[in-house]
Design a binder for this molecule. Structure first.
Ligand SMILES: Cc1ncc(COP(=O)(O)O)c(C=O)c1O
Length: 407
């Protein structure tokens, strides 16, 4: 495959020019995009503009402009994922908080003997949260195995689903191997064989897949803005209105009530009843600018650029005798690998010294790593602003590191 095979369809140089990070003379070759994406100028400008202004949102007559931008961001998210309505878009601090809001919000409906289903494919945000909630309410935790292709074992899912299954939490795209689960089909199976609610962890999926919430038929979906070129400290919980309405708020406070007295509280409608307190306004307004800016780019061509680079990296890594790859069945923008006999952290340190930023470790997914039979892996994760020069820089640095380690 030609490294620049998508250059005609997607002008990655123009895309790259939107990111001030690359203007810094000491900028590392950034290949850790599954952790967090770089930030475009649009985000920086909108955030600065907000911090130059005064006031909050939904509080006073004078904050109308900010409130309008804040709510426009909600509309953009609704359109991005095809949510039912804006009311089904709840701001959170990230995927982790969104999953915790669902888990804690469902506590009143969960009891001893109920079953909660997760899988080995899960990030700790999903795995640990449901583990802890199961312990809290006495529910049984069922952990689905993944196959040798890193796909959730569908036979195990079928054998697990029953009338006691109350919640199934599914990983959409793995942060370890980049494997995309056939989530729509898995949800279909859940619907056929149980009455369980389904949560989809779309933290990785949101920057790689066009999500259509209504087609997906998930009850809850969670993602973080920072993986989609957005700000830190902002995420989204969305889903079916009926499912969101069942959630007991995780936090109580200002702006989430309708009426309050010493005797009684009644909550505001969605999404506000789940958004107690002053929100992260700067982040929401910044994300609004990012989503508007993203509309200018061909999302599919951009993704192909990132996937082409990752696939090229896989081809080249296969030429290294001690390199073991953990590939997803479909091409993806993530490359997961180890060099047998070399500690991942040693290699990552040598690469970092040569200005290459990649991830090494357990990727907040210890059960997944156990399934891979590894105590750690290295991970390259590409974004559309990466280029074949980034790949060359990585392989030059890798060769030097391996030579140093062989001495
Ligand atoms: C699959 C997956 N789920 C959940 C998370 C947690 O996201 P956050 O830390 O932004 O809450 C991540 C972050 O890497 C992830 O990759």
């Amino acid at each position: 495959m030609s490294r620049a095979c998508f250059a005609n369809m997607f002008d990655y140089q123009q895309f790259r020019a939107e990111f001030p990070y690359f203007q810094q003379p000491d900028a590392a070759v950034y290949l850790d995009n599954a952790a967090t994406a770089l930030k475009p100028q649009a985000l920086i400008e909108a955030t600065m503009e907000f911090y130059r202004s005064a006031g909050s949102v939904h509080r006073s007559q004078y904050d109308e402009k900010q409130t309008a931008l804040y709510e426009l961001a909600r509309t953009r998210v609704k359109n991005l994922i095809n949510a039912e309505t804006e009311n089904a878009v709840v701001w959170t601090s990230g995927t982790t908080q969104a999953i915790n809001m669902v888990a804690n919000g469902l506590l009143p409906y969960l009891q001893e003997g109920d079953e909660i289903v997760i899988s080995e494919a899960d990030h700790h945000a999903n795995f640990v949260t449901w583990h802890a909630i199961a312990q809290k309410c006495g529910a049984q935790l069922r952990v689905l195995p993944i196959t040798d292709d890193w796909l959730i074992d569908q036979n195990a899912l079928l054998n697990t689903l029953n009338s006691k299954t109350k919640l199934v939490a599914l990983n959409y795209v793995s942060n370890v191997t980049g494997t995309e689960q056939p989530v729509a089909h898995l949800i279909e199976l859940v619907r056929r064989y149980s009455n369980a609610l389904v949560l989809v962890d779309a933290a990785q999926a949101v920057s790689h897949i066009s999500i259509d919430l209504q087609q997906l038929d998930a009850d809850f979906i969670a993602f973080s803005a920072h993986k989609l070129y957005g700000p830190n400290g902002l995420g989204v919980l969305s889903g079916k209105l009926a499912a969101l309405e069942r959630l007991q708020p995780l936090q109580y406070g200002g702006k989430m009530i309708e009426r309050v007295s010493a005797q009684q509280i009644s909550f505001a409608e969605l999404p506000y009843r789940l958004e107690a307190g002053t929100p992260n306004i700067a982040a929401v307004i910044g994300f609004n600018a990012v989503l508007e800016w993203l509309e200018r780019w061909d999302f599919i061509a951009a993704e192909q650029q990132a996937v082409a680079l990752a696939e090229q990296a896989k081809v080249q890594l296969k030429n290294y005798p001690f390199c073991k790859l953990f590939n997803s069945p479909k091409p993806s923008s993530v490359v997961c690998f180890v060099f047998e006999g070399i500690a991942c952290s040693d290699l990552a340190t040598l690469l970092a010294e040569q200005n290459i930023a990649l991830r090494s470790g357990v990727h907040c997914a210890q059960p997944y790593l156990a399934r891979l039979g590894q105590s750690a892996t290295l991970r390259l994760s590409f974004a559309p602003y990466n280029t074949s020069s980034d790949l060359d820089a990585f392989f030059n640095a890798l060769d030097k590191s391996l030579m140093l380690l062989a001495e």
